[in-house]
Design a protein around this ligand. Structure first.
Ligand SMILES: Nc1ncnc2c1ncn2[C@@H]1O[C@H](COP(=O)(O)OP(=O)(O)OP(=O)(O)O)[C@@H](O)[C@H]1O
Ligand SMILES: [Mg+2]
Length: 285
């Protein structure tokens, strides 16, 4: 197992169109008074189908902005973004991706099952097909027994699993996740990470995952993209090789290969050897 830094934006070889292809992406937020904010500058990044890529970097370096650009919730000031070979806008229209953010964002008046079915309902999927798909997803996230409960009857971790199930409802080839486990306690968080690795292996979805936690990024990812403070640029892309999903159990967190990758990401983040003061907004756990 090796942990070799690779060239920023280097793709994994594939003949299918990339899940995400960002070329020369910049984002400037114009401000009415004072200076404009350059949130992103010259971002080149290609993510292969099925690949898990984490974005990590100090607070305000543009991680959420990049995710929002990929999701077409905002548009770049320069450069271009493609999702599965389509413009970001077309990919949004075609529901090529699912989104999960820090807050589960469930509708409290709907049951777990009908929260999961919401995107299918919006896209006029018939009742029987919706029920079949939600049953499948409930099983996938281990919540079959909670289908008829309401969100406030679930723990935070369970709510987040419902949100993940909902984001998978339309079998997207790409998941965009912005600190989805940020509000969870450490034990739940680690369990969720293990589940996410399994879910991704089962569904084959590519993931762009924003986190402040170095170990979380390492545990989950094929590559960790380290971003620099404003203006957000890609500082490094660190390839992590922790083996296939089936082998990635809890024991891996104590393996040498895991620690080596954690150190590589930490050194890149700080631009100096590990042990130096932490970058603001980056969790060392
Ligand atoms: N809609 C907006 N209007 C103006 N400035 C914005 C807007 N959205 C983000 N910014 C600015 O762009 C920069 C990047 O913000 P962004 O939210 O992408 O950072 P981040 O890396 O996700 O930070 P955090 O880790 O704290 O979530 C920040 O300086 C922020 O103030
Ligand atoms: Mg953010």
């Amino acid at each position: 197992m090796s942990t070799a830094p690779s060239a920023p934006g280097q793709p994994i070889a594939s003949t299918r169109p990339a899940a995400v292809s960002a070329t020369g992406v910049g984002k400037v937020f114009a401000s009415r008074k004072g200076a404009d904010v350059t949130a992103l500058e010259a971002v080149d990044l290609t993510i292969a189908p099925g690949e898990f890529v984490s974005l990590i970097g100090p607070s305000g370096c543009g991680k959420s902005t990049l995710l929002r650009l990929i999701a077409d919730l905002d548009s770049p000031t320069s450069g271009s973004i493609e999702v599965f070979g389509k413009t970001a806008r077309q990919a949004r229209i075609d529901q090529a991706y699912g989104i999960a953010f820090q807050q589960a964002g469930l509708l409290p008046w709907r049951t777990v099952r009908s929260n999961i079915e919401l995107p299918l309902e919006l896209h006029k999927v018939g009742k029987a097909d919706r029920a079949a798909r939600s049953s499948e997803l409930l099983a996938l996230v281990g919540l079959s027994d909670f289908a008829d409960k309401y969100p406030d009857q679930l723990s935070g971790g369970m709510q987040q699993r419902v949100a993940i199930a909902r984001s998978l409802a339309e079998s997207p080839g790409l998941l965009l996740m912005d600190e989805p486990f940020g509000a969870l306690d450490e034990m739940t968080r680690e369990r969720m990470q293990t589940e996410l690795v399994r879910i991704c292996a089962e569904t084959g979805a590519a993931v762009v995952f924003v986190t402040h936690s170095i170990p979380e990024a390492v545990f989950l990812s094929n590559r960790v993209v380290v971003m620099s403070p404003r203006p957000g640029r890609i500082r490094d892309v660190i390839a992590v090789d922790l083996g296939r999903a089936e082998g990635r159990g809890e024991g891996l967190r104590e393996a040498d290969s895991f620690f080596e990758a954690v150190v590589a990401v930490r050194e890149s983040l700080h631009g100096e050897p590990a042990g130096a003061p932490a970058a603001r907004g980056v969790d060392q756990r």
